[in-house]
Design a protein around this ligand. Sequence first.
Ligand code: MRU
Length: 341
Amino acid sequence: MGEARTSVAALRWLDGLELLDQRLLPGRVRWVGVPGAAAAGRAIRNLTVRGAPAIGLAAAYALASEARANPELSQLRRAARLLASARPTGADLARAVGHVLRVIEQAPREDRFERALEAARALHQADVAACLAMGEHGARLFEMGEVSLLTHCNAGALATGGIGTALGIVRVLHAQGRLARLYACEARPVLQGARLTAWEAVQDEIPCTLLADGAAASLLASGAVQGVVVGADRIAADGSVANKVGTYALALAAARHRVPLVVAAPTTTFDMACPTGASIPIEQRSADEVRTLRRHRTAPEGVEVYNPAFDVTPADLVTAIVSERGVARPVTPETVRSIAT
Ligand code: MRU
């Protein structure tokens, strides 16, 4: 039985932050240098890097770059505000930036860059370890021998610093020889499932079948999958889960067909200050993401569009939540609290 691993990475530090430009996948693999906070803020907003843990790590490294360019505290606080507000829904972003800023504030001026870089690297290493732990906890939830799983969006190596959250579970099962097949919803409008999850699966030789989002309910009805595994962008204290739009519809269909829905997220994604899903800020994105497909217009110009990037799945539709600390099952405020820190 092999170790769960991946050949895919979203970001790296090579004397500066570099991001794999996810807008170009699966067509082109191109790493881009990110010189500082303004460029990192743009890269987060335009989805060069995306996925809640990965944007937190990118911002942490970007703040370190900024400390190298200008160690002035007022400037670094401004940069931190800019980074933390680049996207509103994922909890990891503001948390990672806040952590690196506190380290900077406590360091002597001449050490600010080194300390910030050390802090960003430590966050990255913690995420690698968290992904592995979630993979193992999550794989134990599927004890029935070989399983096929359905996922949504991309909660893999491209969305984290490690093997992924939901795809961490998939990779552990694959390494154990217990994954029959991964089914991936394409995740309109930005197609993170088609462009990114399917690409990761091909890179790591994970058997994968892609489906249009509208085909998920009939797949669940067919009995072909034994579980749905997804990541999260923010988990509220009551166990409601914000994740890529379409997760809620999947959860409803999974419940109807008695297929367990497992959410995997590191503790950095939990927000115990958010009492319920209703308090989670949901990012609204540009109308053109829906009116066009890879820059090709597919709807009349000017038609109104509803384009929330995320939706909230209520706790009663979630069978289990997995963090690096363990498993919350059933999902209640008490079990969520026990795995949140
Ligand atoms: O808009 P995106 O691509 O950043 O959305 C990503 C998701 O919704 C992921 O499922 C979530 O961040 C978890 S990633 C480990």
